[in-house]
Ligand binder design. Structure first.
Ligand code: ADP
Ligand code: MG
Length: 264
């Protein structure tokens, strides 16, 4: 696995061993009905350049964990480190600004990153090319299909130039064919960049289709139940026999988790 070099504060090059390190993280929420333990002692590393999917039933704490890695909330116990800096985030809802064009949505992220004004438009166009939306610079959000909006959202996430991309069920609202195409695009973009990806899904086949490693979270509270290394060459198809076979094995474990907790 490729490792990346980062400049330490004192100016010497140090080798990064992880893009994210989650150590003994627990998270509770307090409400009128008392305190709910959502994540219990979760430890997980994402290596530089690695693609990891975090799989689990609805409500098991996947989004909670991703938000903690994004720095949007703090763990109750344990620690999270992202040595490459602030991660980029992509959600199920594209969260693009509807009054801006596709290109301007991306340029806004470039501006926040501090890119000089003159470089923003060419960089936005390069990113749109990368997600195969070359002609969409001047298009408004309502003119774009759901799949195209998620491509723009991916380009905007890439505009942050982070080493770590966090994705929370980004394709869950798309139809199966569009999702299949975007799986291919995401795999290609990941291969062309040296991004690390932590991708959340409740869809077992999607997890296996994309990842080098699938991490299964149990429910109530969320714990790392088991993980699998996916040793299947890319490009994969969601209907490939070896993708289906591993998905079946993981689904059996997921069913066991759900039965054990009797929540569904
Ligand atoms: N801000 C919050 N306050 C209280 N409870 C929350 C909050 N965020 C999430 N939860 C609870 O944590 C649990 C896990 O939620 P979530 O992480 O969204 O699950 P998932 O993404 O796996 O579907 C749910 O029971 C949810 O109600
Ligand atoms: Mg969620």
């Amino acid at each position: 696995m490729a490792t990346t070099l980062a400049k330490a504060a004192e100016g010497t090059a140090v080798e990064q061993t992880h893009a994210a390190r989650i150590e003994h993280v627990s998270k509770s929420f307090s409400g009128p009905a008392g305190t709910q333990l959502v994540l219990d002692d979760v430890s997980l590393d994402v290596a530089p350049g690695e693609f990891v999917t975090l799989l689990g039933a609805s409500g098991c704490g996947k989004s909670t964990l991703l938000n903690l890695v994004a720095g949007l909330d703090r763990p109750t116990q344990g620690s999270i480190a992202t040595p490459g800096g602030r991660p980029a985030l992509m959600f199920q809802e594209h969260a693009l600004f509807p009054w801006l064009t596709a290109g301007k949505n991306i340029e806004l992220a470039l501006r926040l990153r501090g890119l000089p004004r003159a470089e923003r438009r060419p960089e936005a166009e390069r990113l749109l090319e990368l997600v195969r939306l070359g002609g969409a610079y001047g298009k408004r959000v309502h003119e774009l299909s759901g799949g195209m909006r998620q491509r723009v959202a991916l380009a905007r996430a890439l505009a942050q130039d982070s080493q770590l991309l966090l994705m929370d069920e980004p394709f869950a609202a798309l139809d199966a064919i569009t999702r299949d195409v975007l799986h291919g695009e995401l795999t290609r973009v990941w291969e062309e960049t040296n991004l690390s990806v932590l991708f959340v899904t409740h869809n077992v086949r999607e997890a296996v289709r994309l990842a080098q490693r699938v991490v299964l979270l149990s429910s109530r509270p969320g714990r790392v139940a088991k993980e699998w290394t996916v040793d299947i060459a890319q490009p994969r198809r969601i209907e490939d026999a070896d993708v289906a076979e591993l998905s079946l094995e993981i689904t059996d474990h997921l069913r066991g988790e759900i039965r054990r907790h009797g929540q569904h």
